[in-house]
Write a protein that binds this ligand. Sequence first.
Ligand code: SF4
Length: 259
Amino acid sequence: MTRKMRSIVYGPVPSWRLGRSLGVDLLPADGKTCSFDCTYCQLGRTVRRLTVRAEFVASSALALELEAARNVAADYVTFSGMGEPTLASNLGEALRLARDVLGLPTAVLTNSSLMAREDVRRDLACADVVVAKLDAPDEQLFRRINRPLARLSLAETVEAIEFFRAGYAGKLALQIMFIEANRRAAGRLAAIASRLSPDEVQINTPLRPCPVTPLTAEEIAAIREEFHKFANVVSVYDAPRPEVTAIDVEETRRRRPEL
Ligand code: SF4
């Protein structure tokens, strides 16, 4: 596969969770690669539905792009991109490389689906921040909202996040996307989230262009109340976004079409 320069490192993007976020995408460039196909996904439908890890981008190619980004002002190097970053089998190596070259803290935005794997937990432990998705309190809503590959189960995923939390010294945030389908499940989601002892809960609703209507600021404010008792809570409506200039606008918009 031919990739143009700077197609792995993109942004920085203004993140309501991570400030000036320099993105790293270790996934294929042609369409989304994910174990889920969330109804609200801004990247369109999943092209490659996988739970098997592979090396899609050579670490040597990443090293070159990181070197070129040495002088970019950013707060975090964030592993996200065109799908689920834990599908990249060289994620751990790439996280260490990013920290060594740029001297910045690292973050991974994961859908949590592969956390039951020991090698995935080991890779995620290399990050300073892990932001783990949890959108549903039961299997039925999990299938309806996240549309996971059939073999994935919510119960196993929650257990894996709990296990990861127990051994992880970094910051664990839970990201929860609220839409009409799970709006009334906030209490049940809070009960599960409290068991996982996150450092932070990030309450989201799809404000970026996608097929699903976002909840209002008032609805999100009511949902926040369920989570305040046990964790620091941030919400997409309240958090500030910094001003940033992307190093390559085209490559940034491929992952963040709204920018
Ligand atoms: S997990 Fe993320 S990338 Fe995958 S389908 Fe859901 S929102 Fe899109």
